[in-house]
Design a protein around this ligand. Structure first.
Ligand code: PHE
Length: 512
C-alpha cells in the first residue's frame, strides 16, 4: 500500500530512518533547516500514519546571561583588576588607584576585589596608612569558576543542569549568587519512529500535494484538480479577534444591572455635582463630621452654591440635626447652618442619589414598596495606589417597604452576590451615621481562601427617613457596595488601576 505524505514529512521520515535512533525535535529542525513547528507538525502527520511519534521530557538548562557571557569570553572583574596590577609590574597598589585605573563601576570593582582576595591572589591592608592590595602569590592558575564558564560557552552556552558534577554545582551556585547565570526549566521533545516507521520501504511513500488555500490562479488554470486540500480542523481555536470590544468593566456593570432588574429593581441616576445637603445633611451627618473635611471631599468653587429642596423639607432636616424633629431622636444638638448645606461637591457616595429618591417619594406621594438601584461614579480625595482610586463606582440600592427587615436586606444582598458568582457572604455589625443597625458586607473569595470586604448597608435611621414622610412601619433598607473590588476579584487583577489604564493584553483576553 502506498502512503501519501507531504514533502517535509517525507524528509523527516528519511532523516529519522538514516539516523536509526531517536533524536531531539530541536536538533532535527536545525539539521533540516526547518522551523521547529514544521518538524512537530510533520511528527504529528507521521503519528497519524502510525509511523512515528514523540515523547516529552522535562529538563533544566543553565546558560550564562549577557554579563556572564562577556566575563566568560573576556575577563571577570577580578581578572581584570589582576591584569592591571600585573601590567604595571607592580607587587602592590592602592585601592583608590586600582579603582580609578579599572574604570569599573564601584559595585563591580568591589566584587572583583573581594574575589581576588578569595582566590588568594592578593591581600588587603591599611598598615602603611593607605588602603592597599598586595600580590601574595606567583602562580595564577585558571580558576575553577572560569573553567566552568568556558565549558558552558564551548557548549553553545547551554548545559544540562542534571549533568553537572559536584564541583560544577559549586561553581554554578557561585555564578548564581553573582547573578551571572540562569537556570530554566524546559520541555524537550524526543521524536522516534515506530516499528512500522522503521520498517517501511520509502518506495511505498509518495508525495502528497496538499494546499490549505485555493487561489484564483488555481481556479483559472484548472490546476486545483492536482491538489488535495487540507480539511478544516474545526476543533482548533481561531485567530484572536482584535477588533473593538466592550470593556470588561462595562460588561460587569451590565451584568449587575441585569441582576437587579431581574430582582424587580428599577435603575436611578443622580447628579455627580451634588449639594452637601443631599450628600451629608439629609443623611444625618453632622456638619462638623470628619468625612466632610477637604481631605476627604472634593468641594467645588463653580457652581459655588447648590439649590436646596422646598423650604419645609430643609427645615425638617435642620430640625432633625438640631433636636431630632419629629423622629423621636434628640438630634445632634447644634445650630444647623444652611450655607454649609448649600456647598457644592463631587458626590462622595451614591447614597446621595438614593436620598434624592426619598425626596421624590415625598413629593410624588409614592407608595411602597419601591426598589431602586444605581451603579454610578463617586469621588473621594484619596491618594491613588494599587488598592485606591480617587474616582470609583458604587453599586447602591434601597428598598422602601412596610415591615421590611434586616433579613430582607441580607436576602437581597446575598442573592445579588450569588448571581454574580459569590456563593458565600458574611455580614458584620458596622457603623454609618445614617443607618441603624448597620452592616458591613464581605464575600468569600475561593481563590485566596479569604473574606473580602465589599461595602456597607443598613436600615436608614428615622432621622433620615422622617423628613421625607417615611415613618414606621415603612422602612428603608439601603446598601452601597464597591464595584472595582468586585471587578478585581472577577477578573483576577491585583492592581485596581488596571481597570482604567487598560492593559491591552488583558483587554484582548477578557473582552468579548
Ligand atoms: N455610603 C456608604 C459608603 O459609601 C455605603 C452605605 C450605603 C452604607 C447605604 C449604608 C447604607 O461606604
Amino acid at each position: 500500500m502506498v502512503i501519501k505524505l507531504k514533502k517535509q514529512v517525507i524528509d523527516v521520515l528519511k532523516n529519522l530512518k538514516d539516523k536509526k535512533s531517536d533524536c531531539l525535535a530541536s536538533e532535527l529542525a536545525s539539521e533540516l533547516n526547518l522551523d521547529y513547528i514544521v518538524v512537530m507538525s510533520a511528527i504529528n502527520d507521521l503519528s497519524d500514519a502510525g509511523l512515528g511519534g514523540f515523547k516529552e521530557e522535562q529538563i533544566e538548562q543553565i546558560s550564562l546571561n549577557a554579563e556572564g557571557q562577556s566575563y566568560g569570553k573576556n575577563e571577570l572583574p577580578e581578572e581584570k583588576l589582576l591584569s592591571i596590577i600585573k601590567k604595571g609590574k607592580l607587587k602592590e597598589m592602592s585601592v583608590k588607584d586600582l579603582l580609578e585605573k579599572s574604570k569599573l563601576d564601584e559595585k563591580i570593582f568591589y566584587i572583583g576585589l573581594t574575589n581576588m582576595k578569595k582566590n588568594r591572589w592578593v591581600a588587603q591592608s591599611k598598615a602603611s596608612g593607605e588602603d592597599k592590595v598586595f600580590i601574595i602569590t606567583e602562580e595564577f592558575p585558571k580558576t575553577e569558576l572560569k573553567k566552568f564558564m568556558e565549558k558552558i560557552l564551548d557548549n553553545n552556552n547551554v548545559l544540562d543542569y542534571s549533568g553537572l558534577s559536584k564541583e560544577e554545582i559549586i561553581q554554578f551556585n557561585i555564578l548564581n549568587k553573582r547573578k551571572l547565570i540562569k537556570r530554566e526549566r524546559r520541555t524537550q521533545r524526543i521524536i522516534y519512529l515506530t516499528d512500522k516507521g522503521k520498517k517501511i520501504n520509502l518506495s511505498n511513500v509518495s508525495e502528497l500535494k496538499q494546499e490549505s488555500k485555493i487561489t484564483a490562479e488555481m481556479l483559472s488554470s484548472g490546476s486545483w484538480k492536482d491538489y488535495e486540500f487540507k480539511p478544516f480542523d474545526v476543533s482548533k481555536p481561531g485567530p484572536l479577534l482584535k477588533g473593538g470590544k466592550i470593556h470588561p468593566v462595562i460588561n460587569l456593570i451590565n451584568e449587575i444591572r441585569e441582576i437587579f432588574i431581574s430582582l424587580g429593581f428599577t435603575e436611578i441616576r443622580g447628579p455627580i455635582v451634588e449639594s452637601a445637603f443631599f450628600n451629608f445633611d439629609a443623611l444625618f451627618q453632622p456638619q462638623d463630621h470628619p468625612a466632610r473635611e477637604l481631605h476627604d471631599t472634593f468641594y467645588l468653587s463653580n457652581p459655588k452654591v447648590a439649590k436646596l429642596p422646598n423650604k419645609d423639607r430643609v427645615i425638617a432636616v435642620k430640625e432633625t440635626h438640631e433636636n431630632g424633629g419629629d423622629s423621636g431622636s434628640l438630634g445632634w444638638g447644634y445650630e444647623w447652618d444652611e450655607n454649609i448645606a448649600k456647598k457644592t461637591l463631587l458626590r462622595t457616595h451614591t447614597t446621595a442619589t438614593t436620598i434624592r429618591r426619598l425626596a421624590q417619594y415625598y413629593e410624588n406621594n409614592d407608595i411602597s414598596p419601591i426598589k431602586v438601584f444605581s451603579i454610578d461614579r463617586v469621588f473621594r480625595n484619596e491618594k491613588v495606589d494599587k488598592s485606591h482610586l480617587a474616582e470609583f463606582m458604587q453599586i447602591e440600592g434601597i428598598v422602601i417597604g412596610e415591615d421590611v427587615t434586616l433579613c430582607d436586606l441580607i436576602g437581597v444582598i446575598s442573592e445579588f452576590y450569588k448571581k454574580i458568582g459569590f456563593e458565600k457572604i458574611i455580614t458584620r455589625p458596622g457603623f454609618f451615621p445614617y443607618t441603624e443597625p448597620s452592616m458591613e458586607i464581605s464575600v468569600y473569595y475561593d481563590k485566596l481562601g479569604e473574606w473580602m470586604e465589599m461595602g456597607g448597608s443598613g436600615i436608614f435611621r428615622p432621622e433620615v427617613t422622617y423628613p421625607w414622610g417615611i415613618k414606621n412601619p415603612t422602612r428603608v433598607l439601603a446598601w452601597g457596595l464597591g464595584l472595582e473590588r468586585l471587578a478585581m476579584l472577577k477578573f483576577g487583577r491585583k492592581d485596581i488601576r488596571d481597570l482604567y489604564i487598560n492593559p491591552i493584553n488583558w483587554l484582548r483576553r477578557e473582552s468579548y
